[in-house]
Write a protein that binds this ligand. Structure first.
Ligand code: F6P
Length: 536
């Protein structure tokens, strides 16, 4: 297979970037059609995406689309949706799309339709959440469950936590808490505010072997068992996992386990039983609306031509800056309080998927792959790090995400919020020239000028509902997928997290003083220093 960087489409982009790199957005916007040309509006998805404030020309966009075509993005998408084993290092299909396949059309894995098993788990989730929310399913002392604590980490935490935060406005169920960190402070600070009689723990772990989650789950179990005895575990714990044996070994009956499967990657699992906290908080019907939004985006991604395909466009723009301009980070700035956890969710979704350097042929790549993703809610960022975004030496392409209508109108807050969104993208694109700086002492003019040409995508969502949130998340998932295909990566494994886990396992007994350190001089000295002062 031709190496990515040897492809004619790649070479054409290299030529194009040398012509386009120094163009200014002020110049490019002399084309009065530019905003219209570089906007995708989709009423069905309730999205309006303006990518005109990027350093691209018609020709650059065409050449980027040529690259996507030459890398067969659409055929790979079809392979994913139809259950081919595209996660080749783990020999697994990748079917988070089947979980939200609202058409219920069969999806086969090794000749077996997976839809009936997906539907069966959803029926069990619906029944459970309805009983929990109505008070029919109670704790050991017969009291209604008031607090639900999700114990999980990575994909078993970030997705449901982000969605629960985003859908807070619709919350009408028990109060949700999330414990992920193995630092004892996390579980301790959480349970100290709770009444064990009215608390349910969800132990969420795909593998049910994750040290952090099992440690927290055991602490929670001791807390409950100390009060109400071993029998009470059945009333206060449920598990979300693929590993029935480990769940039972932990002491949770399989009747209280909600299953998912190896074909759902951890960071793509919020659509599966891992979404249980969401269904507890807002009800199963709203959870289904979330799935429906994602399914709608799935259809768009699969069927829309590259030219108007939203995830493909966003992926190509990221590749443009990452590979042809050398920009290393990509920021996500939600102008919505409800979406404040989106950047940290996307860090795992994107960086665990595409933070890799070995391609399909098992060779080291000779080009950049996954960007560094970071971000914060927009107006807060404006008063902390936007200085660097506007005038620093680094260029940071950014997604600005805002709502046309907030879930609730509070005075004129929303107008002020969105005025900031539009002002920031305008300022970043067009800056302020020397001549435009007014009422300033001569010596300060250079400090007060803004170069502009800082690229942004403006993503407007009609309103924040479970449906549009599903659309938004799936949009990013498919953006990540598209980039992974072009870079030739397995976006669905995560070998890079293993070494640290193995070494931590080796070091743990050394911290109890049971073993001698056998590491490099720095690590040995750190362990010695810790052991000499740590109070046992
Ligand atoms: O260590 C990384 C990781 O495997 C993630 O991919 C995953 O989301 C997280 O750990 C939690 O894994 P599990 O759900 O199996 O506990």
């Amino acid at each position: 297979m031709t190496k990515l960087t040897d492809k004619i489409e790649w070479q054409n982009l290299l030529n194009n970037v040398s012509q386009v790199k120094n163009s200014s957005l002020r110049e490019l916007f002399k084309d009065s059609q530019r905003a219209e040309k570089f906007t995708v509006k989709n009423d069905n998805l309730k999205l309006y995406i303006d990518y005109s404030k990027n350093i691209i020309t018609d020709e650059s966009m065409k050449l980027l689309i040529d690259l996507a075509k030459s890398c067969d993005v659409n055929s790979y998408a079809k392979k994913m949706f139809t259950g081919e084993k595209i996660n080749w290092t783990e020999n697994r299909p990748v079917l988070h799309t089947a979980i939200r396949n609202r058409s219920n059309a069969p999806v086969y894995v090794d000749g077996v339709d997976v839809m009936p098993q997906i539907n069966a788990v959803f029926a069990k989730m619906k029944d459970f959440t309805e009983k929990l929310r109505s008070g029919e399913r109670v704790g050991a002392t017969g009291l209604k469950i008031a607090d639900v604590v999700n114990i999980g980490i990575g994909g078993s935490d970030l997705g449901p936590k982000m969605v629960c935060e985003a859908l807070q406005f619709y919350a009408d169920g028990p109060k949700l808490h999330f414990v992920s960190n193995v630092d004892g402070a996390d579980i301790d600070e959480t349970i100290k505010q709770l009444d064990p009689a009215t608390t349910l723990f969800i132990v969420a772990s795909k593998t049910f072997t994750t040290q952090e989650t099992l440690t927290n789950a055991n602490t929670a179990k001791n807390w409950i068992v100390d009060k109400f005895g071993t029998e009470s575990v059945a009333k206060h714990f449920i598990a979300l996992s693929t590993n029935k044996t480990a769940v039972e070994e932990f002491g949770i009956d399989s009747n209280n386990m909600f299953e998912f499967w190896d074909f759902v990657g951890g960071r793509y699992s919020l659509w599966s039983a891992i979404g249980m906290p969401i269904a507890c908080l807002v009800g199963f019907d709203k959870f289904e609306e979330l799935l429906a939004g994602a399914h709608e985006m799935d259809k768009h991604f699969l069927n829309e031509p590259y030219e108007t395909n939203i995830p493909v466009k966003l992926a190509l723009l990221d590749i443009w800056y990452n590979n042809f301009f050398g920009y290393e980070t990509h920021a996500v700035f939600p102008y919505s309080y409800y979406l404040s956890k989106l950047p940290s969710y996307l860090q795992q979704a994107d960086m665990e998927s595409n933070g890799k350097s070995t391609n399909r042929d098992g060779e080291k790549v000779d080009y950049q792959t996954g960007s560094i993703i970071w971000g914060e809610p927009g107006t807060n960022g404006q008063h902390s790090f936007y200085q660097l975004v506007h005038q620093g030496t680094k260029i940071i392409p950014a997604d600005f995400i805002g709502l046309v209508n907030p879930p609730k109108k509070v005075g004129d807050h929303h107008e002020k919020l969105m005025a900031n969104f539009f002002a920031q993208t305008e300022a970043l694109a067009f800056g302020l020239t020397h001549d435009e700086v007014i009422d300033t002492e001569e010596g300060l003019i250079s400090y007060k000028t803004f170069d502009g040409n800082r690229p942004t995508n403006s993503i407007l969502i009609d309103e924040l509902t479970p449906y549009t949130l599903g659309v938004l998340i799936a949009m990013y998932e498919h953006k990540i997928f598209t980039e992974g295909v072009i870079w030739g990566l397995d976006s669905f494994d995560q070998w890079g997290v293993q070494l640290g886990k193995v070494l931590a396992g080796r070091i743990l007994p050394e911290l109890s003083g049971d073993k001698n350190s056998m590491h490099d001089s720095s690590t040995n000295a750190l362990i010695r220093e810790y052991n000499s002062k740590h109070k046992k």
